[in-house]
Write a protein that binds this ligand. Structure first.
Ligand code: R5P
Length: 295
């Protein structure tokens, strides 16, 4: 097996290789002045199982293109089996059509990966397993999902949140909060949303759960603008939680996301290294390596 860290995941690729007692084989890459990517593989891949490690944020389109180019090049040079480890998969949230004419971008991305020669795709905390179940039959590429939530919850447990209440912004993240609660103890629940019909403003609150005087953690798969997380954190503080952490797998943190979440009252922000940020307190390398061993 050859581990090839892509330009977006050089550190994570090294960590995964280390977990598997392998030497990483980084690619050469550069950006042309017009923004196009140059990629060159530096090891012989003929007849090998190749693992390409490349997350797709920030700059999703560039990162995705680099991944497609790496996969196709590995295939051109005779790789026997190609696995793409894409801890954060761009476009995974565009997995349903709400309006006529809308692109089903998640499905398109799966098709592009498959056409570039990817046999297996490893994704961490995919947005919707249900959408994957619907779309997987259209594709030869086999998608394997894994979760960073247990390791994030373990970090929180060891850093002041043992026994904290686990909450998710909506019921769609049920798997995430129940997994977190198993590690931290303390139980789990979801937020309810109320819309003011006059202003259109939504408010979030925790129903039937006493958070007064308790520690709590809000878990989400992605923090992008930070709006969802900030609302959830604020609602917990208003309801009397003493200490609140904001946790997610994929920290996109666009614009003023950090400020929004801190202003809402978060005492701690924690994420995985699926996207490298200052909040990446835990690594997904261990869970990825475990899955690679099992495959
Ligand atoms: C939505 O379904 C996701 O799970 C996240 O809650 C959402 O993507 C977060 O976005 P933002 O940080 O922009 O509120």
């Amino acid at each position: 097996m050859i581990i090839i860290p892509g330009p977006a995941s050089t550190e994570l690729g090294k960590k995964i290789a280390l977990e598997l007692c392998l030497e990483p084989e980084p690619v050469s890459h550069r950006l042309f002045p017009d923004g196009e990517s140059y990629i060159k593989l530096n090891s012989s891949v003929a007849g090998e199982t190749v693992v390409l490690v490349q997350t797709t944020a920030p700059n999703p389109d560039t990162r995705l293109m680099q991944l497609l180019v790496m996969a196709r090049t590995a295939r051109d040079f005779g790789a026997r089996h190609i696995m793409a480890c894409v801890p954060y998969l761009a476009y995974m949230r565009q997995d349903k059509r709400f309006l006529d004419g809308e692109a089903l971008s998640f499905d398109i991305v799966l098709g592009l990966l498959e056409d570039s020669g990817v046999d297996d795709l490893l994704v961490v905390d995919l947005h919707s397993e249900e959408s994957l179940r619907k779309l997987q039959p259209n594709h030869r590429v086999k998608v394997h999902t894994l979760s960073a939530i247990p390791v994030i919850a373990k970090y929180l447990k060891e850093n002041g949140f043992d026994g904290a209440y686990s909450l998710s912004p909506d019921e769609g993240r049920r798997d995430i909060v129940s997994a977190a609660s198993e590690v931290m103890g303390g139980g789990f629940a979801f937020f309810e949303k109320n819309r003011d019909l006059r202003t259109g403003e939504t408010t979030m609150f925790v129903k039937d759960v006493e958070v007064m005087g308790r520690k709590a953690v809000v878990f989400d798969d992605v923090i992008s603008s930070g709006g969802t997380m900030a609302k959830a954190v604020k609602a917990l503080k208003v309801q009397g939680a003493v200490k609140v952490a904001a946790a997610c797998t994929h920290a996109l943190f666009m614009g003023g996301a950090e400020e929004k979440i801190r202003d809402a009252g978060a005492d701690l922000i924690v994420a995985s290294d699926s996207v490298e940020t200052p909040f990446s307190k835990v690594s997904v390398a261990g869970v990825v390596a475990e899955l690679l061993r099992s495959l």
